[in-house]
Design a protein around this ligand. Structure first.
Ligand SMILES: Cc1cc2nc3c(=O)[nH]c(=O)nc-3n(C[C@H](O)[C@H](O)[C@H](O)COP(=O)(O)OP(=O)(O)OC[C@H]3O[C@@H](n4cnc5c(N)ncnc54)[C@H](O)[C@@H]3O)c2cc1C
Length: 507
């Protein structure tokens, strides 16, 4: 669209804080005072009227460029919308995140202009939604070996394959489909390509099975059989290779996890403080117990660390940054935030006690809903391993073996490593076992996160919260370094059933 038009739209754009307050007010009304709360917490799907009211606020517009009537693609605005959503409902925030990070942002960065206009129009005016299909039954963590294939035909691209676990299965109006090119002999190429698919215009995606997902009831999942043809202009155009484009898309999405985590962790913190203030056990409020203080101060540290990551992402993951090489940042942020989401909800559930174990209670629900964040978009075990591998690779290149010597000059740990000098001052082997890579990755993610927190502190964020987060992160880094150092190569006894029934050995 022309510059003149976009200037007019910019001028008319509602101030962001007014827009956000309006969205927040709508969610507060929908999720706290209405009958629908109950419905959305224990029933699957989301009532049409609730969905209508949410989409009326156009939360997805923050992911749409201004020239297409969106609010622009400012990363901080995207994170704030995710945060406000997850304070009220984690599934809702994930729904916004799927549409935003896994469909609209890739379209904006790599879509062909001829396609953008109609798709964005549909999102803004017709409340349409989109998701991303990567995972296949045989290829999840090993997605690069996916079997979904495409060939070029006169009409565009013919795509065939089976995908499962894509968020918004059966609901989305648009999909980003991923596939490998098939040559004349039937061999699949090594690169991955992305295609925009319209359910209405292209068809050819059949939901073969709808899954009974354990949590996140608002979102439908299932298995899809794909046999479709999309137009030539549906193909995303990578800057170099498709795999680098996929890395940019996935790293960008991982770096926006703190948006979803922010509201969720803040809610856990608010619920924990309010419950423990009011609940009296043994004649005193729970808040007065030392162990309770420890739990809540840890939730508070997660709140501050998450805030620091939001600030970092806002500045360092704008749409103008190519994030294909930002693996350490993205993997640190995704692993730690998803671990903290799970830990804070587990802690809240512990503090609330039996009441929290009701399916509709925020503590129990949050524990189940946050668990898959540790699995999807890269299993945390694998991502922690990759953090260490990246560090070891760089150390090898720099011909360094002392971890502190390397980290003190690294841009992501220059500030934090000095606080942890004694803990990090040891030599590492370039060939570590996988379990050691993972454990060291856990420690490194804490070191890098401390750096984010220090930077947030320097910009004026409350100093007592900063200090609390640094203390917790330093303590965790130390614990993981100790575990790394003491790790034994214990193996599984697969055939363990013989001579292993305790009742046979009663004397
Ligand atoms: C709620 C939910 C939402 C999802 N949303 C989407 C979506 O929108 N789009 C989409 O395409 N997919 C989605 N997924 C799929 C998700 O990305 C995959 O489940 C994930 O990539 C893991 O693949 P998998 O389930 O096949 O597990 P596997 O690849 O079988 O891995 C299972 C586990 O094995 C271990 N493991 C695997 N490989 C290694 C290794 N190399 N080293 C050590 N351990 C290893 C890890 O512990 C891992 O967690 C979603 C999944 C869930 C549960």
């Amino acid at each position: 669209m022309k510059d003149q038009d976009s200037t007019i739209i910019t001028k008319q754009k509602e101030n962001f804080s007014t827009y956000l307050s309006r969205y927040e007010k709508t969610l507060t009304e929908l999720f706290s005072s209405n009958l629908n709360v109950f419905e959305t917490s224990v029933n699957r799907g989301i009532p049409g009227l609730v969905m209508r009211d949410i989409l009326e606020c156009k939360p997805l517009s923050v992911f749409i460029p201004e020239e297409y009537e969106g609010r622009g693609t400012d990363t901080a605005e995207c994170l704030k919308v995710l945060e406000v959503s997850s304070y009220h409902s984690l599934p809702l925030s994930l729904m916004v995140g799927i549409n935003g990070a896994l469909f609209l942002q890739p379209l904006s960065l790599y879509g062909q202009e001829s396609k953008k206009e109609s798709v964005y129009y549909d999102f803004i005016h017709n409340r349409k939604m989109g998701g991303l299909m990567i995972t296949e039954p045989g290829y999840g963590s090993d997605a690069l070996h996916m079997q979904t294939s495409y060939t070029e035909s006169g009409n565009g691209f013919d795509i065939k394959g089976t995908k499962h676990w894509a968020g918004l299965t059966g609901w989305a109006d648009y999909w980003l489909l991923t596939a490998r090119k098939q040559d004349d002999k039937g061999n699949l190429g090594r690169d991955i390509d992305f295609f925009i698919h319209s359910t209405q215009a292209d068809g050819g995606i059949e939901v073969e099975e709808v899954f009974n997902n354990l949590g996140l009831f608002m979102l439908p999942y299932g298995r899809n059989v794909i046999d479709t043809t999309v137009n030539t202009d549906s193909k995303l155009v990578p800057r170099t290779t498709g795999v680098k484009m996929m890395l940019d898309i996935l790293h960008r999405s991982r770096m926006q996890f703190p948006g979803m985590a922010m509201g969720f962790i803040k809610r856990n913190l608010d619920e924990a403080i309010s419950h423990c203030k009011d609940r009296f056990v043994g004649g005193k409020s729970l808040l007065e117990y030392d162990q309770v203080q420890e739990r809540i101060s840890k939730i508070q540290a997660a709140f501050t660390t998450c805030s620091a990551m939001c600030a970092f992402t806002s500045i360092n993951a704008s749409m103008s940054h190519d994030l294909a090489r930002a693996d350490i940042q993205a993997n640190t942020i995704k692993t730690l935030m998803s671990d903290y989401m799970q830990e804070t909800s587990q802690s809240l559930l512990q503090l609330v006690g039996a009441k929290g174990y009701k399916q509709e209670h925020i503590a129990g629900k949050g524990t189940i809903d946050s668990r898959p964040f540790q699995i999807f978009e890269g299993s945390n075990d694998i991502l922690y391993q990759q953090i260490t591998e990246s560090v070891v690779k760089a150390m090898r290149r720099a011909k360094l073996t002392n971890l502190f010597s390397f980290l003190k000059d690294h841009e992501l740990s220059a500030h934090s490593s000095s606080i942890l000098k004694d803990t990090l001052n040891f030599d590492i082997d370039y060939t570590l076992s996988q379990r050691k890579l993972v454990e060291l990755g856990r420690a490194l993610s804490r070191v890098f996160s401390m750096n984010f927190v220090i930077q947030l502190g320097e910009s004026g964020f409350r100093s007592d919260l900063i200090q609390n987060a640094l203390n917790h992160l330093a303590q965790e880094a130390g614990t993981h370094i100790n575990a790394y150092a003491g790790k034994q190569e214990l193996s599984v006894i697969v055939d363990y059933t013989e001579d292993s029934n305790w009742a046979s050995y009663l004397k």
